[in-house]
Design a binder for this molecule. Sequence first.
Ligand SMILES: Cc1cc2nc3c(=O)[nH]c(=O)nc-3n(C[C@H](O)[C@H](O)[C@H](O)COP(=O)(O)OP(=O)(O)OC[C@H]3O[C@@H](n4cnc5c(N)ncnc54)[C@H](O)[C@@H]3O)c2cc1C
Ligand SMILES: NC(=O)c1ccc[n+]([C@@H]2O[C@H](COP(=O)([O-])OP(=O)(O)OC[C@H]3O[C@@H](n4cnc5c(N)ncnc54)[C@H](OP(=O)(O)O)[C@@H]3O)[C@@H](O)[C@H]2O)c1
Length: 385
Amino acid sequence: MQRTPQTYTKSNPFIAKVTERYSLSSPHSVKNTQHIVLDLNGSNIEYHVGDCIAICPDNDPDLVQRTLAALNCTGNEMVSDAQKTGEWPLREFFTKKANITEFSRKLVMEIAARHPHAEKKDQLHHLLEKGTRENFKQYVAHRELWKLLQEHPEVQFTPQELCHLLMPLLPRFYSIASSQKMVGNEVHLTVALVKYESDGTLRHGVATNYLVHIAPMHEAAVPMYVQPHHGFTLPEDNHAPIIMIGPGTGVAPFRAFIQERVARSAPGKNWLFFGECNRAHDFFYEGFWQEAAKQGKLILTTAFSRDQAHKVYVQHRLLEHAKEVFEWLQNGAYLYLCGDAERMAKDVEATLHHIVMQQGNRDEQGAKAYIKELRQQKRFLKDVY
Ligand SMILES: Cc1cc2nc3c(=O)[nH]c(=O)nc-3n(C[C@H](O)[C@H](O)[C@H](O)COP(=O)(O)OP(=O)(O)OC[C@H]3O[C@@H](n4cnc5c(N)ncnc54)[C@H](O)[C@@H]3O)c2cc1C
Ligand SMILES: NC(=O)c1ccc[n+]([C@@H]2O[C@H](COP(=O)([O-])OP(=O)(O)OC[C@H]3O[C@@H](n4cnc5c(N)ncnc54)[C@H](OP(=O)(O)O)[C@@H]3O)[C@@H](O)[C@H]2O)c1
């Protein structure tokens, strides 16, 4: 379907209000996953199910202050970006423009070049040598910009010099968890707070911390724009059956899919495989799924990984239902997979392969060809991250 070009972009975002923010996980959960509603009134934004929202976050003010302190700056110093697109006070530049949780090889090279201490200079040069990419990654993972600056007080930068050596603060993407047919001028997101300890310091993900803790409620404050999907959306055929596999935040687009199918009075069958840690603490949108199931609009299969001694994941449930899953595919079902790319998506794909071999009586090559054909027919669609 042809879409009109987006009015709002990275360089011209719409400034939305957060109107609702609540936890989808209980206080006893190992996770903190939140439902976040943004108000789009006044934007004329139209989105489709399967689209994402790009959020342009602010850095945490405490982190900004720590970075200013490491530079001995007040924050009022005026600076421009490397492309010289404008001028901002340093505090605003650190808040909205610069990546201050990570740093580039270019900055470390410059510190090494300016370093007065031979030993430290050598250490940094060693870190930058070819074949040490993993070492450099680890080095960055263990320190934010302020710490790097603090570790090398002998090397001085003017605010402007430093700003030209920083990477830009990039937008983060979130699957849309609502259908506009149901929620009008709102967009709903499912956001898992990134929180971890590194070298004794508590660290948060920039955008999730911003959405969960920093963005004020009911004030136009959150720069955002729509990132249209590239095929990851409902079939136009309302009769087509769909199988959705979405553990964790991967479930977000499928809430949108079900809202949309209900709004369209689509008769096609919908089957969701949802997985999280504990049923009691992490059953995101439980009431919504149960209601849809009660009305005959959804088949729900869950996998709570930590409710028993051994791990139970969505792919284990797929395997338990291998016969029906394969029958659905043979009957033209569309298959959707969303969530963690690193491990989950690979394991689920391996299981699907196995199911096609087992249920379709195919060898390795035959199963590969079957899945390839599903992809070519745009009936196996992934949105993994
Ligand atoms: C198409 C798409 C759709 C997405 N949809 C969603 C969605 O619906 N919901 C959602 O929550 N996310 C979604 N994401 C992920 C989201 O875009 C962000 O990447 C995520 O929220 C983290 O952003 P952040 O700014 O909070 O973290 P960042 O500041 O980017 O930090 C993340 C980094 O922190 C480090 N890190 C994280 N955990 C640890 C750890 N335990 N130990 C050490 N280091 C660690 C890693 O280096 C990691 O790369 C999606 C991504 C894409 C590409
Ligand atoms: N890079 C990584 O190592 C990594 C890992 C996980 C998540 N993430 C990222 O963290 C963010 C939030 O994650 P999330 O809250 O959406 O959920 P999640 O951490 O992906 O967890 C959701 C569910 O998936 C289970 N799971 C873990 N490994 C799996 C596998 N190989 N196959 C199938 N299921 C598996 C989890 O079980 P258990 O936790 O009990 O094993 C949990 O029950 C996402 O951005 C995701 O990409 C990154």
